[in-house]
Ligand binder design. Structure first.
Ligand code: CDP
Length: 791
């Protein structure tokens, strides 16, 4: 059915009106929002589509332009004149900045308003949205129908494309895996869906773009996790209009959390930059909360068929997974280029599975684009959920305790470095003590007894285990790049004459405490007190080039770069100390803070003495100064791991669920700062129970998002969050200079299957083998009703 009405006539502006009301309250909260106040600054707001799929018949700018204070209305046609209406995604797909003829998902950017005041801009957007005529088309929402013969071809702009298939990806030995399944005593199989969710950072996205015509220089303060890569992308996209890289400065201040959602380039940034460039004044754009939730990159959305083969004694022999990935209207994931499905192939997890095969297909639908690595090292959450869920399904089928089955199949300590069936070389691991420690902490045996007694009384209680392996620290440059830029990271350390230091990094903290931990690393390596080391990140004019912070890569890459730069400084400091003490370098020994003469420790020079000499009294022929830069290319990724146990009580009458205990044992190798690591685990666990129990973006058949505000999209608060009980084991990484592995994402990755396994465990005696996350009370209530527990 073809309709042709204005959005005003169909009343399709409900979301937008609500949104604009929200905007008045929410805007201006952010630190970065208020810090950047430039003379003559203009404000931008964006009109969005009420439809998931529609032709734009006309955009009448007049009503918006008539509002006093409105300076410009920018449409796709306007940007087309400068060839700025399309941009590349980080996965080398293409994305509209503003559409010229068709909108592809609800809440897509359609046109922008530039005004002297943010409220005027919001009013003008309302007027503009009422003046856009659409011809609505039937959208494609179900990814399972994307390849049907009668499915609309969503991307006719892509030459040669005849259907909605984006890519096929496979890993592993298909033949050997099929043979393992043919020969298996036992095979279990489940359909596992990891729903579309959203990164809900404390602050939304935004920027202030300021093009100084006189200097020909663009400065952009923006909410990005990867400032250098963004600067390069701006130069590549807008070089033809005169924005070359040396004239672009990207500054990423405190951005209110990122979690992978602030890696991509969103149209709002590009339009603000274009507007500032064209008008010659600073332009500020801050999304409101609902825009962020409805239109920015989503995460997950994997439909998986998971199969595990084993002997009748429970030895796993093969793993096979087929996945359908819904990418929305463009593949705007932020994976390393060679890995369209990220690092999903970590899916054999902590288990010694000799053969495995995974294949996946990505398709276009009329939903927002994305596939971002939401606090996850590129699709690892999906992989961990698949293997940890199917392991429990196997245990259930064999009548085995899920902990016992894990102990039996764990990769053993002496097998490391371990090459997995899907090709990864795990650096180090020791899984048995981590699970044992979690079981001891939670009192596993007692809980199992309690569960049996409760079952006899008709009460419901479940114990869920997740013994995950992560893969973080992207990455070795031979395999890892983003848009061709190799994934190293960097540290530049400069010691001042008085022995104080400044260190700058290519990463960008979003609340992970780099200012503390990087200073600690340098303090440890150089003996300069951490309080005298200033840490800076996020300004492309000053920081060395790096790929930014996401995927728990900062410690494995920039943390290592800090140590390596410090070693270079120590090498030079040794030469200066030898000169000052009139001995040979070989006669010197180092202890944090000073060099001393072997056998004569009273003859020494502190790092402060040496720093002063580096500027005042250095050996002839030596360069002055004491500084070093290191670009660290890790030889391998790091493989942190952990064992989590969730104890869940379920009310058999109402299906209300309550996490009674949650024990998390993590191993991230050597820990730099225990308090920061514990904080990372606590926050990550809350983000882990979120998709497990509450969060899911839901669309109706017409592509309307049904929970596009926080009234309907449930984020857990402290009320829903249990008292986390954390602990750790330490298995150093053999290749990292500090023996450290990343940690920030382990809890987000490890927690969901622990919760799901606990719920299924509580219902397993009823014959339930799987419940998709989020495991809501309604889903469980329906099961209890079906099984006759609730009449
Ligand atoms: O890349 P991102 O900073 O998000 O993740 P990370 O490298 O896992 O680090 C998160 C925070 O935990 C940083 O402040 C790290 O320095 C700290 N950390 C630590 O103290 N010890 C570790 N073994 C790993 C991380």
């Amino acid at each position: 059915m073809i309709m042709c009405k204005t959005s005003k006539e169909i009343g399709g502006m409900g979301h937008s009106l609500k949104r604009k009301e929200d905007a008045r309250f929410i805007r201006g909260l952010g630190k970065y929002t208020d810090d950047v106040q430039l003379p003559g600054m203009l404000y931008m707001d964006i009109a969005r589509s009420p439809f998931a799929y529609a032709k734009i018949k006309s955009i009448d700018k007049s009503a918006a332009m008539e509002i006093p204070g409105v300076l410009a209305v920018i449409t796709g046609e306007d940007l087309k004149q400068y060839n700025l209406h399309w941009m590349p995604t980080l996965m080398s797909d293409t994305q509209m900045v503003l559409p010229t003829d068709t909108v592809m998902y609800q809440a897509q950017e359609v046109a922008a308003v530039i005004a002297t005041d943010r409220y005027i801009a919001a009013d003008a957007v309302q007027a503009l949205e009422n003046s856009i005529e659409y011809e609505q088309m039937k959208p494609l929402i179900d990814p399972h129908k994307a390849l049907d013969a009668d499915a609309p071809l969503l991307r006719p702009d892509k030459e040669g494309r005849t259907d909605n298939h984006i890519w096929h990806w496979q890993t592993g030995d298909q033949e050997a895996t099929e043979q393992a399944f043919d020969e298996a005593d036992v095979v279990v199989k489940e359909q596992v869906y990891i729903p579309r969710i959203h990164v809900a950072s404390i602050e939304t996205c935004g920027c202030v773009a300021s093009y100084e015509k006189a200097e020909g220089k663009l400065t952009v303060w923006m909410t990005t996790q990867a400032p250098h890569a963004i600067r390069t992308v701006i130069a590549l996209v807008a070089g033809h209009v005169g924005l070359s890289e040396e004239r672009i400065r990207v500054i990423s201040p405190d951005i209110g959390g990122g979690f992978g959602g602030k890696v991509p380039v969103y149209p709002g940034y590009v339009i603000a930059i274009a507007a500032s460039f064209l008008i010659g004044k600073p332009v500020k754009w801050i999304e409101d909360r609902s825009e962020n939730l409805q239109a920015d990159s989503f995460a997950r959305d994997y439909h998986m068929t998971v199969e595990l083969a084993s002997t009748k004694e429970g030895q796993m022999t093969g793993l096979r997974i087929k996945t359908l990935a819904d990418h929305g209207y463009t593949d705007a994931a932020a994976n390393p280029s060679k890995f369209p499905s990220g690092l999903f192939s970590i899916v054999t997890g902590s288990y010694d599975i000799p053969t495995a095969f995974t294949e996946m297909d990505a398709v276009y639908t009329n939903k927002p684009p994305g596939g971002v690595a939401y606090r996850c090292s590129f699709r690892v959450t999906e992989a961990v959920h698949a293997i940890e869920r199917i392991t429990d399904v196997l245990a259930q089928k064999l009548g085995r305790d899920p902990a016992d089955l894990r102990f039996q199949n764990f990769i053993q300590k002496d097998q490391f470095p371990y090459r997995s069936a899907l090709g990864w070389e795990y650096d180090s691991g020791d899984y048995t003590p981590a699970l044992r420690k979690a079981m001891d902490m939670v009192g596993y045996e007692e809980l199992r007894k309690e569960q049996a007694e409760k079952r006899a009384r008709g009460e419901l209680m479940g114990i869920g285990i997740s013994s995950f392996t992560e893969i973080v620290g992207a990455g070795p440059s031979k395999d890892f790049d983003i848009l061709g830029i190799k994934m190293f990271d960097s540290a530049e350390v400069r010691i001042h004459p008085t022995g104080k230091a400044i260190a700058r990094f290519g990463t960008k903290s979003q609340g992970q405490g780099h200012e503390t931990t990087y200073a600690q690393i340098l303090a440890e390596e150089l003996g300069i007190p951490a309080m005298h080391i200033q840490i800076e990140e996020g300004d492309t004019d000053t920081a060395p080039y790096g790929l930014g912070t996401y995927a728990s890569r900062s410690t494995p890459t920039a943390g290592a770069a800090a140590a390596k730069a410090a070693h270079k400084i120590r090498d030079k400091a040794r030469k200066i100390a030898a000169y000052l003490l009139e001995v040979s370098e070989e006669d010197l020994e180092w202890e944090p803070g000073k060099f001393f003469v072997k056998g004569a420790p009273e003859r020494s020079k502190t790092i402060q003495d040496i720093a002063f000499a580096a500027y005042t009294n250095h050996p002839q022929g030596m360069e002055a100064g004491l500084e070093a830069t290191h670009y660290y290319d890790p030889p391998n990724l790091t493989f942190p791991f952990g064992s989590y146990i969730c104890v869940m009580d379920i009310d058999p009458k109402t299906a209300e669920m309550k996490i009674r205990r949650f024990v998390a044992i993590d191993d991230c190798g050597n820990i730099i700062n225990p308090m920061i690591v514990t904080g990372q685990i606590h926050g990550g666990l809350a983000m882990g129970i979120a998709p497990a129990m509450y969060e899911e973006l839901i669309y109706d058949d017409d592509g309307n998002i049904l929970n596009g505000t926080f009234m309907d999209y449930l984020l857990p608060t402290s009320v829903e969050t249990p008292n986390w009980e954390t602990g750790h084991t330490i298995t150093p990484s053999p290749h990292h200079p500090l023996g450290a592995k990343g940690v920030a994402e382990s809890p987000t990755v490890g927690a969901p299957p622990a919760v799901a396994n606990a719920v299924v465990d509580a219902l397993s005696h009823l014959g339930v083998t799987h419940v998709d996350i989020p495991v809501t009370p309604f889903k469980v209530w329906k099961i209890l009703k079906e099984k006759g527990v609730i009449s």
